[in-house]
Design a protein around this ligand. Structure first.
Ligand code: C2O
Ligand code: CU
Ligand code: CU
Length: 471
């Protein structure tokens, strides 16, 4: 056994032990000379109680070892930093309970989940310290990769920065029957990308200035699943990566340093109809993409996955194991039902702008918990136009359901092939606009709203958010 292999197995053993520790201290491996092994968040499938799947999650404080010699106080879910991957299936009824063992209020929102407004975990579903809040619903959506994170009014950026975030993977008949890599942690790899800056005592440095609030706060260190520049050993076969940009404001241009191509198979809320070949993949905060990379002919080689904008390496892939199973990515993945613009009952317009330093608004209004900004009739097809009126980047996220992009800057041809799927978050470069089509289905509630907002968390907290009722 070489040194790296030994390190890997001993750390894996330590992690699996600490994974059971509800007390809050987990140890994340520090970077040694060979680098740290890739960390796969534990997967939770829930326990079946009376025909419902139940999940018990604890929001807690802990200490993490991202760096050598110093430790970092962090927040996590059932552990010290980040949380387990929740595995749900279309059609099943679930109860996801969050117990708040922190000393302050928070909330946990299921980003990308199509659920009733009172189960959404937005700013109105506060979980006080010591309390448990349960999000109960029946999963009614296509297979996809979603995520959960705090959404407390004015505090989302800070709570996510502290470490509260995790993936939700939804399976369905289609995802199970397609010949895709689906062995979690072996050829189906979760990739949560976040940036942080550390103080010399190991604590996270996060105290954004007005300028950083306006331009988005960026950390100088990139982490994947809470590990800095890890290595991942894979089989020489097709490997799927489920990538989440879980950063507060950084936009990434993902790819391989070698320029190796890959195929995107899913957007935020569903598979793409067909795989789209790419060498670079841009994701803004909150967006997800699933990609399949073919390492079949790469045995003995290594590849480095990086952010080509910052030129910072994210992780190294060692293709050092012979394939123990083969998958062959199909040419067709799903027939996506499309909404027809001719059926649209109305168009709503949203303008993202600033009203002063550190004060960001949508249609001139700053987020106010007691103001309902929009009322959307159930089952109406609508077109939403969102204009970024500023010389800086924004994006736009809606709760409740997915949408389909129609145009960028008034041009249908400017919508890239890998954006032609179901989305809940869309990137809007400076002074550009997007138009999408959307229909609210299933859940009406005359008093509890859903949110729409820029998912640059500093912007969201600075007021760039609004509320809509589905009636
Ligand atoms: Cu990912 Cu309203 O949030
Ligand atoms: Cu959301
Ligand atoms: Cu923004």
């Amino acid at each position: 056994m070489n040194r790296r292999k030994f390190l890997l197995s001993s750390i894996a053993a330590a992690l699996s032990l600490s994974g059971c520790n509800r007390g809050g201290i987990t140890v994340t491996p520090s970077t040694g000379s060979d680098g740290s092994p890739f960390f796969i968040p534990p997967e939770l499938s829930g326990e079946t109680v009376n025909g419902r799947k139940s999940f018990n999650l604890t929001l807690q404080k802990g200490t993490s070892g991202f760096l050598e010699n110093v430790s970092t106080p962090t927040w996590g879910i059932n552990g010290a930093f980040l949380g387990p991957t929740l595995r749900l299936r279309n059609g099943e009824s679930v109860d996801i309970s969050y117990t708040n063992q922190l000393n302050e209020d928070t909330t946990i929102h299921g980003h990308g989940m199509h659920v009733p407004a009172n189960m959404d975990g937005g700013p109105h579903q506060i979980i006080a310290p010591g309390e448990t809040w349960t999000s109960s619903y029946t999963v009614r959506q296509f297979a996809c990769t979603n995520w959960y994170h705090p959404h407390l009014m004015g505090k989302t950026a800070e709570h996510v920065m502290n470490g509260l975030a995790g993936l939700i993977i939804i399976d369905d008949d289609n995802s199970e029957s397609l010949d895709l890599p689906k062995r979690y942690g072996i050829d189906d790899i979760p990739v949560i990308v976040q940036d942080r800056t550390f103080n010399s005592d190991g604590t996270f440095s996060y105290n954004p200035s007005i300028r950083e609030i306006m331009h988005g706060w960026k950390g100088d260190t990139l982490m994947v699943n809470g590990v800095i520049n890890p290595y991942l050993d894979v089989e020489a076969k097709q490997v799927r990566f489920r990538i989440l940009n879980g950063s507060n404001s950084r936009v990434y241009n993902f790819g391989f340093v070698s320029g190796k191509s890959f195929r995107q198979i899913a957007t935020d809320n569903a598979f793409l109809e067909s795989p789209v070949e790419l060498t670079q993949l841009r994701l803004s905060p909150g967006e997800r993409a699933e990609i399949v990379v073919d390492f079949s002919n790469d045995l003995g080689k290594e590849e480095v996955f990086w952010d080509s904008d910052s030129k910072i390496n994210l992780f190294k892939v060692n293709i050092e194991n012979t394939a123990t199973a083969v998958t062959e990515l199909p040419a067709r993945l799903i027939p996506l039902p499309r909404l027809n613009p001719a059926d649209a009952a109305r168009t709503r317009s949203f303008t993202l702008s600033a009203q002063g330093p550190g004060q960001l608004v949508i249609n001139g209004q700053s987020m106010n918990m007691s103001v309902i900004n929009e009322t959307v009739p159930l089952d109406d097809v609508e077109i939403w136009e969102v204009r970024n009126a500023m010389g800086m980047i924004h994006n736009f996220h809606i709760h409740a359901t997915h949408f389909q992009l129609l145009e960028r800057n008034g041009n249908a041809n400017a919508v890239a092939d890998n954006e032609k799927g179901f989305k809940d978050t869309v990137f809007i470069p400076p002074n550009e606009s997007v138009k999408f089509i959307v229909k609210m289905t299933d859940y009406a509630d005359s008093s509890i709203p859903y949110m729409y907002h820029c998912h640059i968390l500093e912007h969201e907290d600075a007021g760039m958010m609004g509320q809509f009722l589905v009636v």
